[in-house]
Design a protein around this ligand. Structure first.
Ligand SMILES: NC(=O)c1ccc[n+]([C@@H]2O[C@H](COP(=O)([O-])OP(=O)(O)OC[C@H]3O[C@@H](n4cnc5c(N)ncnc54)[C@H](OP(=O)(O)O)[C@@H]3O)[C@@H](O)[C@H]2O)c1
Length: 327
Protein backbone atom coordinates (compact mmCIF):
# COMPACT_ATOMS: atom_id res chain seq x y z
CA UNK A 1 0.00 0.00 0.00
CA UNK A 2 1.35 3.41 -0.96
CA UNK A 3 1.25 6.67 0.94
CA UNK A 4 -2.31 7.85 1.39
CA UNK A 5 -3.93 10.95 2.71
CA UNK A 6 -3.82 10.46 6.45
CA UNK A 7 -5.70 12.62 8.93
CA UNK A 8 -3.34 13.96 11.60
CA UNK A 9 -3.25 11.86 14.74
CA UNK A 10 -4.75 14.65 16.78
CA UNK A 11 -7.95 14.42 14.73
CA UNK A 12 -8.47 10.72 15.45
CA UNK A 13 -9.79 8.93 18.48
CA UNK A 14 -11.53 9.99 21.65
CA UNK A 15 -10.65 11.12 25.13
CA UNK A 16 -8.10 8.87 26.79
CA UNK A 17 -7.50 10.91 29.96
CA UNK A 18 -7.75 8.78 33.10
CA UNK A 19 -7.30 5.57 31.09
CA UNK A 20 -4.54 3.09 31.88
CA UNK A 21 -3.09 1.67 28.67
CA UNK A 22 -0.38 -0.96 28.20
CA UNK A 23 1.53 -0.81 24.91
CA UNK A 24 3.83 -3.72 24.11
CA UNK A 25 6.87 -2.89 21.96
CA UNK A 26 6.69 0.89 22.56
CA UNK A 27 10.41 1.54 22.02
CA UNK A 28 10.33 1.81 18.24
CA UNK A 29 8.18 2.43 15.19
CA UNK A 30 4.40 2.17 15.48
CA UNK A 31 4.51 1.33 19.19
CA UNK A 32 6.53 4.46 19.96
CA UNK A 33 4.09 6.72 18.09
CA UNK A 34 1.11 5.03 19.70
CA UNK A 35 2.46 5.20 23.26
CA UNK A 36 3.77 8.76 22.86
CA UNK A 37 0.52 10.11 21.41
CA UNK A 38 -1.60 8.41 24.08
CA UNK A 39 0.66 9.86 26.79
CA UNK A 40 0.46 13.35 25.22
CA UNK A 41 -3.31 13.06 25.46
CA UNK A 42 -3.20 12.34 29.16
CA UNK A 43 -3.43 8.54 29.38
CA UNK A 44 -1.37 6.64 31.93
CA UNK A 45 0.80 4.62 29.55
CA UNK A 46 2.68 1.51 30.59
CA UNK A 47 5.70 0.88 28.37
CA UNK A 48 5.86 -2.92 28.23
CA UNK A 49 9.34 -3.30 26.74
CA UNK A 50 12.19 -5.79 26.82
CA UNK A 51 14.91 -3.15 27.33
CA UNK A 52 14.83 -1.08 30.54
CA UNK A 53 17.33 1.42 29.10
CA UNK A 54 15.24 2.00 25.96
CA UNK A 55 12.12 2.42 28.08
CA UNK A 56 13.81 4.92 30.42
CA UNK A 57 15.22 6.82 27.42
CA UNK A 58 11.70 7.09 26.03
CA UNK A 59 10.37 8.43 29.33
CA UNK A 60 13.20 10.99 29.43
CA UNK A 61 12.58 12.14 25.84
CA UNK A 62 8.82 12.48 26.20
CA UNK A 63 9.17 14.25 29.57
CA UNK A 64 11.64 16.70 28.00
CA UNK A 65 9.28 17.34 25.08
CA UNK A 66 6.36 17.96 27.45
CA UNK A 67 8.42 20.37 29.59
CA UNK A 68 9.59 22.27 26.49
CA UNK A 69 5.98 22.63 25.35
CA UNK A 70 4.88 23.80 28.80
CA UNK A 71 2.71 20.69 29.27
CA UNK A 72 2.38 18.60 32.44
CA UNK A 73 4.77 15.62 32.62
CA UNK A 74 3.48 12.53 30.80
CA UNK A 75 2.26 9.65 32.97
CA UNK A 76 4.63 6.92 31.85
CA UNK A 77 5.78 3.74 33.52
CA UNK A 78 8.35 1.21 32.32
CA UNK A 79 7.44 -2.43 32.94
CA UNK A 80 9.72 -5.15 31.53
CA UNK A 81 8.28 -7.71 29.15
CA UNK A 82 10.18 -10.05 26.84
CA UNK A 83 7.71 -11.86 24.61
CA UNK A 84 10.35 -14.40 23.64
CA UNK A 85 10.05 -15.73 27.20
CA UNK A 86 6.74 -17.10 28.49
CA UNK A 87 8.15 -16.80 32.01
CA UNK A 88 8.62 -13.06 31.43
CA UNK A 89 4.96 -12.81 30.36
CA UNK A 90 3.78 -14.68 33.47
CA UNK A 91 5.92 -12.41 35.67
CA UNK A 92 4.45 -9.30 34.00
CA UNK A 93 0.94 -10.55 34.75
CA UNK A 94 1.90 -11.38 38.33
CA UNK A 95 3.34 -7.88 38.88
CA UNK A 96 0.16 -6.31 37.48
CA UNK A 97 -1.98 -7.86 40.24
CA UNK A 98 -5.29 -6.10 40.89
CA UNK A 99 -4.81 -2.87 38.90
CA UNK A 100 -7.65 -1.99 36.51
CA UNK A 101 -6.60 -1.84 32.85
CA UNK A 102 -8.54 0.00 30.13
CA UNK A 103 -6.59 -0.89 26.99
CA UNK A 104 -4.02 -3.52 26.14
CA UNK A 105 -2.27 -2.72 22.84
CA UNK A 106 -0.58 -5.90 21.61
CA UNK A 107 1.80 -4.14 19.25
CA UNK A 108 5.27 -5.67 19.65
CA UNK A 109 6.30 -7.81 16.77
CA UNK A 110 9.18 -9.10 14.72
CA UNK A 111 9.78 -10.20 11.14
CA UNK A 112 13.13 -11.94 10.69
CA UNK A 113 13.46 -11.18 6.98
CA UNK A 114 16.36 -12.99 5.35
CA UNK A 115 17.10 -15.11 8.45
CA UNK A 116 16.59 -18.88 8.94
CA UNK A 117 14.14 -20.54 11.31
CA UNK A 118 14.82 -20.08 15.02
CA UNK A 119 13.15 -20.97 18.29
CA UNK A 120 12.72 -19.17 21.59
CA UNK A 121 13.96 -20.68 24.84
CA UNK A 122 10.44 -22.08 25.22
CA UNK A 123 11.12 -24.18 22.11
CA UNK A 124 8.56 -22.36 19.94
CA UNK A 125 9.10 -20.82 16.50
CA UNK A 126 10.15 -17.24 17.18
CA UNK A 127 7.55 -15.35 15.06
CA UNK A 128 4.68 -17.45 16.39
CA UNK A 129 5.70 -16.95 20.01
CA UNK A 130 6.66 -13.25 19.85
CA UNK A 131 3.78 -12.07 17.72
CA UNK A 132 0.94 -14.38 18.77
CA UNK A 133 1.47 -16.90 21.57
CA UNK A 134 3.04 -14.54 24.11
CA UNK A 135 0.29 -11.97 23.46
CA UNK A 136 -2.33 -14.73 23.81
CA UNK A 137 -0.95 -15.56 27.27
CA UNK A 138 -0.58 -11.90 28.21
CA UNK A 139 -4.14 -11.05 27.16
CA UNK A 140 -5.72 -13.90 29.10
CA UNK A 141 -3.55 -13.13 32.12
CA UNK A 142 -4.66 -9.49 32.07
CA UNK A 143 -8.34 -10.19 31.39
CA UNK A 144 -9.33 -9.82 35.08
CA UNK A 145 -7.71 -6.35 35.03
CA UNK A 146 -9.65 -5.38 31.88
CA UNK A 147 -12.86 -6.71 33.43
CA UNK A 148 -12.21 -4.73 36.57
CA UNK A 149 -11.89 -1.54 34.50
CA UNK A 150 -15.09 -2.50 32.64
CA UNK A 151 -16.96 -2.85 35.94
CA UNK A 152 -15.71 0.55 37.04
CA UNK A 153 -16.70 2.05 33.68
CA UNK A 154 -20.19 0.66 34.04
CA UNK A 155 -20.46 2.28 37.46
CA UNK A 156 -19.12 5.66 36.30
CA UNK A 157 -20.36 5.61 32.73
CA UNK A 158 -21.33 9.24 32.62
CA UNK A 159 -17.94 10.60 33.67
CA UNK A 160 -16.01 8.39 31.23
CA UNK A 161 -18.26 8.73 28.18
CA UNK A 162 -18.95 4.98 28.06
CA UNK A 163 -15.46 3.86 27.05
CA UNK A 164 -15.37 0.09 26.53
CA UNK A 165 -12.12 -1.51 27.78
CA UNK A 166 -10.44 -3.38 24.99
CA UNK A 167 -7.64 -5.49 23.60
CA UNK A 168 -6.12 -3.96 20.45
CA UNK A 169 -3.88 -6.28 18.47
CA UNK A 170 -1.61 -4.92 15.75
CA UNK A 171 -1.75 -7.63 13.08
CA UNK A 172 -0.98 -7.12 9.40
CA UNK A 173 -2.56 -7.37 5.97
CA UNK A 174 0.08 -10.09 5.44
CA UNK A 175 -2.15 -12.44 7.47
CA UNK A 176 -3.28 -13.93 4.15
CA UNK A 177 0.14 -15.65 4.00
CA UNK A 178 -0.84 -17.85 6.93
CA UNK A 179 -2.66 -20.39 4.74
CA UNK A 180 -0.62 -23.26 6.27
CA UNK A 181 -1.35 -22.23 9.85
CA UNK A 182 -3.31 -25.31 10.76
CA UNK A 183 -1.06 -27.82 9.00
CA UNK A 184 2.23 -26.35 10.19
CA UNK A 185 1.71 -23.70 12.90
CA UNK A 186 5.35 -23.68 14.03
CA UNK A 187 6.78 -23.85 10.48
CA UNK A 188 8.49 -27.16 11.24
CA UNK A 189 7.81 -28.82 7.89
CA UNK A 190 8.74 -25.93 5.63
CA UNK A 191 10.07 -22.51 6.49
CA UNK A 192 10.31 -19.04 5.08
CA UNK A 193 10.27 -15.88 7.20
CA UNK A 194 7.30 -14.60 5.17
CA UNK A 195 5.22 -17.73 5.85
CA UNK A 196 6.15 -17.84 9.53
CA UNK A 197 5.28 -14.13 9.88
CA UNK A 198 2.05 -14.71 7.92
CA UNK A 199 1.13 -17.64 10.22
CA UNK A 200 1.64 -15.48 13.29
CA UNK A 201 -0.35 -12.56 11.88
CA UNK A 202 -3.25 -14.79 10.80
CA UNK A 203 -3.18 -16.25 14.31
CA UNK A 204 -3.50 -12.73 15.75
CA UNK A 205 -6.58 -11.90 13.63
CA UNK A 206 -8.22 -15.28 14.39
CA UNK A 207 -7.42 -14.93 18.09
CA UNK A 208 -9.10 -11.52 18.17
CA UNK A 209 -12.25 -12.87 16.50
CA UNK A 210 -12.43 -15.84 18.88
CA UNK A 211 -11.72 -13.61 21.88
CA UNK A 212 -14.59 -11.37 20.85
CA UNK A 213 -16.94 -14.35 20.55
CA UNK A 214 -15.90 -15.64 23.98
CA UNK A 215 -16.08 -12.20 25.59
CA UNK A 216 -19.57 -11.72 24.20
CA UNK A 217 -20.66 -15.16 25.51
CA UNK A 218 -19.19 -14.43 28.95
CA UNK A 219 -20.46 -10.84 29.21
CA UNK A 220 -18.45 -8.32 31.18
CA UNK A 221 -18.01 -5.34 28.87
CA UNK A 222 -14.60 -5.96 27.28
CA UNK A 223 -14.05 -6.08 23.51
CA UNK A 224 -11.23 -6.98 21.13
CA UNK A 225 -10.12 -5.70 17.77
CA UNK A 226 -7.19 -6.20 15.43
CA UNK A 227 -5.84 -4.06 12.66
CA UNK A 228 -3.43 -3.58 9.80
CA UNK A 229 -1.46 -0.48 10.79
CA UNK A 230 -0.45 0.48 7.25
CA UNK A 231 2.90 -0.14 5.63
CA UNK A 232 5.27 1.89 7.71
CA UNK A 233 9.01 2.49 7.60
CA UNK A 234 10.18 1.19 10.99
CA UNK A 235 12.89 -1.02 12.49
CA UNK A 236 10.96 -4.07 11.33
CA UNK A 237 13.67 -4.60 8.68
CA UNK A 238 16.48 -4.79 11.26
CA UNK A 239 17.26 -8.45 10.54
CA UNK A 240 18.47 -7.57 7.00
CA UNK A 241 22.20 -7.03 6.37
CA UNK A 242 23.12 -3.32 6.87
CA UNK A 243 23.76 -2.58 3.16
CA UNK A 244 20.41 -4.08 2.08
CA UNK A 245 18.70 -2.31 4.98
CA UNK A 246 20.09 1.07 3.87
CA UNK A 247 18.99 0.49 0.28
CA UNK A 248 15.57 -0.66 1.49
CA UNK A 249 15.15 2.44 3.66
CA UNK A 250 16.26 4.79 0.89
CA UNK A 251 13.85 3.32 -1.66
CA UNK A 252 10.92 2.60 0.63
CA UNK A 253 11.01 6.04 2.27
CA UNK A 254 9.34 7.24 -0.95
CA UNK A 255 6.38 4.90 -0.67
CA UNK A 256 5.89 3.91 2.98
CA UNK A 257 4.33 5.89 5.79
CA UNK A 258 6.43 7.21 8.64
CA UNK A 259 5.29 6.01 12.09
CA UNK A 260 4.12 9.57 12.79
CA UNK A 261 1.77 9.42 9.79
CA UNK A 262 0.23 6.14 10.86
CA UNK A 263 -3.01 6.52 12.79
CA UNK A 264 -4.01 2.86 12.87
CA UNK A 265 -2.86 1.65 16.27
CA UNK A 266 -3.71 4.85 18.06
CA UNK A 267 -7.10 5.12 16.42
CA UNK A 268 -7.92 1.59 17.45
CA UNK A 269 -7.49 2.58 21.05
CA UNK A 270 -10.44 4.87 20.61
CA UNK A 271 -12.51 3.16 17.89
CA UNK A 272 -14.63 0.04 17.77
CA UNK A 273 -14.90 -2.82 15.30
CA UNK A 274 -13.52 -6.30 14.56
CA UNK A 275 -10.69 -5.88 12.03
CA UNK A 276 -9.63 -2.38 11.00
CA UNK A 277 -7.56 -1.09 8.11
CA UNK A 278 -4.83 1.52 8.42
CA UNK A 279 -7.38 4.33 8.45
CA UNK A 280 -9.06 2.65 11.42
CA UNK A 281 -12.09 1.70 9.30
CA UNK A 282 -13.73 -1.71 9.86
CA UNK A 283 -12.99 -3.99 6.87
CA UNK A 284 -13.26 -7.71 6.14
CA UNK A 285 -10.03 -9.62 6.80
CA UNK A 286 -8.94 -12.39 4.41
CA UNK A 287 -11.42 -15.32 4.25
CA UNK A 288 -9.02 -17.51 6.28
CA UNK A 289 -9.38 -15.13 9.20
CA UNK A 290 -13.16 -15.38 9.11
CA UNK A 291 -13.26 -19.15 9.74
CA UNK A 292 -14.69 -19.73 13.25
CA UNK A 293 -13.64 -23.40 13.30
CA UNK A 294 -10.04 -22.47 12.57
CA UNK A 295 -10.25 -19.81 15.28
CA UNK A 296 -11.63 -22.29 17.80
CA UNK A 297 -8.87 -24.80 16.94
CA UNK A 298 -6.23 -22.07 17.24
CA UNK A 299 -7.45 -21.11 20.71
CA UNK A 300 -7.03 -24.62 22.04
CA UNK A 301 -3.73 -25.15 20.27
CA UNK A 302 -2.41 -21.85 21.68
CA UNK A 303 -3.56 -22.75 25.19
CA UNK A 304 -1.61 -26.01 24.92
CA UNK A 305 1.54 -24.34 23.58
CA UNK A 306 1.71 -21.73 26.36
CA UNK A 307 0.54 -24.19 29.04
CA UNK A 308 -2.23 -21.79 29.92
CA UNK A 309 -2.53 -21.73 33.72
CA UNK A 310 -5.74 -23.18 35.12
CA UNK A 311 -8.24 -20.43 35.70
CA UNK A 312 -6.89 -18.12 32.95
CA UNK A 313 -8.97 -19.65 30.15
CA UNK A 314 -12.13 -18.05 28.84
CA UNK A 315 -14.81 -20.65 28.08
CA UNK A 316 -16.04 -20.89 24.49
CA UNK A 317 -19.69 -20.88 25.49
CA UNK A 318 -20.18 -23.67 22.90
CA UNK A 319 -19.02 -27.24 22.41
CA UNK A 320 -15.28 -27.44 21.77
CA UNK A 321 -13.47 -29.96 19.54
CA UNK A 322 -10.11 -31.28 20.79
CA UNK A 323 -7.14 -29.27 19.41
CA UNK A 324 -5.84 -32.33 17.55
CA UNK A 325 -8.96 -32.50 15.37
CA UNK A 326 -8.18 -29.61 13.09
CA UNK A 327 -10.64 -29.37 10.23
N1 LIG B 1 5.99 -1.57 9.74
C1 LIG B 1 5.02 -2.06 8.98
O1 LIG B 1 4.88 -1.72 7.79
C2 LIG B 1 4.02 -3.02 9.56
C3 LIG B 1 3.01 -3.53 8.72
C4 LIG B 1 2.07 -4.41 9.24
C5 LIG B 1 2.14 -4.76 10.59
N2 LIG B 1 3.16 -4.28 11.38
C6 LIG B 1 3.17 -4.70 12.79
O2 LIG B 1 3.30 -3.56 13.60
C7 LIG B 1 3.87 -3.93 14.85
C8 LIG B 1 4.98 -2.96 15.20
O3 LIG B 1 6.02 -3.11 14.26
P1 LIG B 1 6.98 -1.94 13.78
O4 LIG B 1 6.91 -1.91 12.30
O5 LIG B 1 6.73 -0.71 14.55
O6 LIG B 1 8.39 -2.62 14.13
P2 LIG B 1 9.63 -2.13 15.00
O7 LIG B 1 9.98 -0.71 14.70
O8 LIG B 1 10.68 -3.16 14.74
O9 LIG B 1 9.11 -2.23 16.51
C9 LIG B 1 8.89 -3.47 17.10
C10 LIG B 1 8.75 -3.31 18.59
O10 LIG B 1 8.54 -4.63 19.14
C11 LIG B 1 9.50 -4.86 20.16
N3 LIG B 1 9.84 -6.28 20.28
C12 LIG B 1 10.36 -7.11 19.35
N4 LIG B 1 10.58 -8.33 19.88
C13 LIG B 1 10.19 -8.26 21.18
C14 LIG B 1 10.18 -9.18 22.26
N5 LIG B 1 10.68 -10.42 22.15
N6 LIG B 1 9.69 -8.78 23.45
C15 LIG B 1 9.23 -7.52 23.63
N7 LIG B 1 9.23 -6.59 22.64
C16 LIG B 1 9.71 -6.96 21.44
C17 LIG B 1 10.70 -4.03 19.75
O11 LIG B 1 11.56 -3.83 20.86
P3 LIG B 1 13.10 -3.37 20.71
O12 LIG B 1 13.08 -1.88 20.51
O13 LIG B 1 13.70 -3.79 22.00
O14 LIG B 1 13.66 -4.10 19.51
C18 LIG B 1 10.02 -2.76 19.27
O15 LIG B 1 9.66 -1.95 20.35
C19 LIG B 1 4.35 -5.37 14.69
O16 LIG B 1 3.42 -6.25 15.29
C20 LIG B 1 4.37 -5.57 13.18
O17 LIG B 1 4.19 -6.90 12.79
C21 LIG B 1 4.10 -3.43 10.89
Amino acid sequence: MLVRDTPPLNEIGGDVKELTIIVTGPTSGIGWTTAAELARRGAHVVLACRSASKGEAMVAQLSKEAAAAGNPPPQLEVNLLDLASLESVRQFVERWQQRPLHVLVNNAGMFNMGVGRSETKDGLEVHMQTNHLAHFLLTLGLLPALRKAAQQQQQQQQQQGGFVPRVVTVASAMHHLGYRLQQDPLSERSYSAELAYGNSKLAQVLFTAELNRRLAAAGGGVQALSLHPGNVLTNVVQSLPPAIQSAYRAIMARVLLTPEQDPGAFAAAAATGGYLDCSAQPVQPHALAADPQLAAWLWQWSAQQVKLPQGWDLPAGREEAPAGQAS
